[in-house]
Design a protein around this ligand. Structure first.
Ligand code: PAF
Length: 285
């Protein structure tokens, strides 16, 4: 365990478990924000919410290899502990858990968690194995930190539903809290991957939030036909030369089942690639 400024950095599972065990014995409510680092205002909003909801906040920074496919950006993913710590020092974090890959996946590790149905559509179709990696690491982190409350962003909408379902199915005594997407002034959803965009791609990327906004506008004006609404969104993406669209779909907000007729509470979710950068976004109807 080391102290960087006012933040305690914990590297091992044993130390993390004993720190939160002793906090719990003192009667403190532990709130937890799992991250992969490359922190931005979206992550900070999760930490502020965690601070309000609990008395001891743990943030994990761990780029989890099992949620990346073979041709994805695991190697390239931004790793900048010093920069991340600077961004969060104002918030008043109790501890940052910053383990090594071997600490989380020691030799011979072979146990995984899958949320069978929810992991299949949307990102699951285009990133096979991704949610198996997410659910596994999140359950591991939960077992290490043993939080009372865990806070996740709604930008990874499917991930949030999967974690909520895992918590219900496995009887975890953890309150899972989802927090709204934080956007730039022009509408772009904050993401660690925005850093990969060139200036020109950054401009075109605005079409994602614009297409969601137009779908919502049309829905509010009375158009409930999912395929028409989706068509409208795709047209907007294509106008910005976004052709590599993994999906733009309207699904039930909880079960993620497809809908012919959209209703309030459904989610409109999009994933598209600009050159090598894959971006996701969503909105609720
Ligand atoms: O959302 C993320 O940053 C990651 O998927 C998570 C939840 C930290 C698991 O690695």
């Amino acid at each position: 365990m080391t102290d960087k400024g006012s933040i305690r950095i914990v590297n091992t599972v044993k130390e993390m478990q004993s720190l939160t065990n002793s906090m719990r014995n003192e009667g403190r409510a532990i709130s937890f924000v799992p991250t992969m680092g490359a922190l931005h205002e979206g992550h900070l909003s999760l930490m502020r919410a965690a601070k309000e909801k609990g008395d001891f906040v743990v943030v994990s920074i761990f780029v989890n290899p099992t949620q990346f496919g073979p041709n994805e950006d695991f190697e390239k993913y931004t790793r900048d502990l010093e920069g991340d710590l600077k961004k969060i020092e104002e918030i008043g974090i109790g501890a940052v858990f910053f383990p090594d890959v071997n600490e989380i996946y020691p030799d011979g590790h072979e146990t995984y968690v899958e949320v069978e149905k929810l992991q299949k559509p949307l990102c699951g179709e285009f990133r096979p194995g991704h949610f198996k990696g997410v659910a596994t690491v999140v359950l591991k982190l939960f077992n290490i930190v043993k939080p009372d409350i865990a806070v996740f962003g709604e930008k990874d909408y499917q991930q949030l539903q999967i974690i909520k379902k895992m918590a219900r199915d496995l009887h975890l005594e953890i309150e899972i809290v989802g927090m709204p997407i934080i956007r730039e002034e022009d509408g772009l959803a904050l993401s660690s991957r925005n850093a990969y965009l060139s200036l020109e791609e950054r401009k075109r990327a605005l079409a994602l939030s614009k297409s969601l906004g137009e779908i919502k506008r049309s829905f509010n004006e009375g158009n409930k036909d999912s395929s028409q609404l989706v068509e409208l969104g795709i047209k907007i993406l294509k106008e910005s030369q976004i052709e590599d669209i993994d999906y733009l779909e309207i699904r039930d907000g909880k079960t993620l089942e497809t809908k012919e007729l959209a209703k309030p509470g459904d989610v409109v979710a999009v994933a598209a690639r600009l050159e090598n950068t894959r971006l996701i976004d969503n909105t609720k109807l």
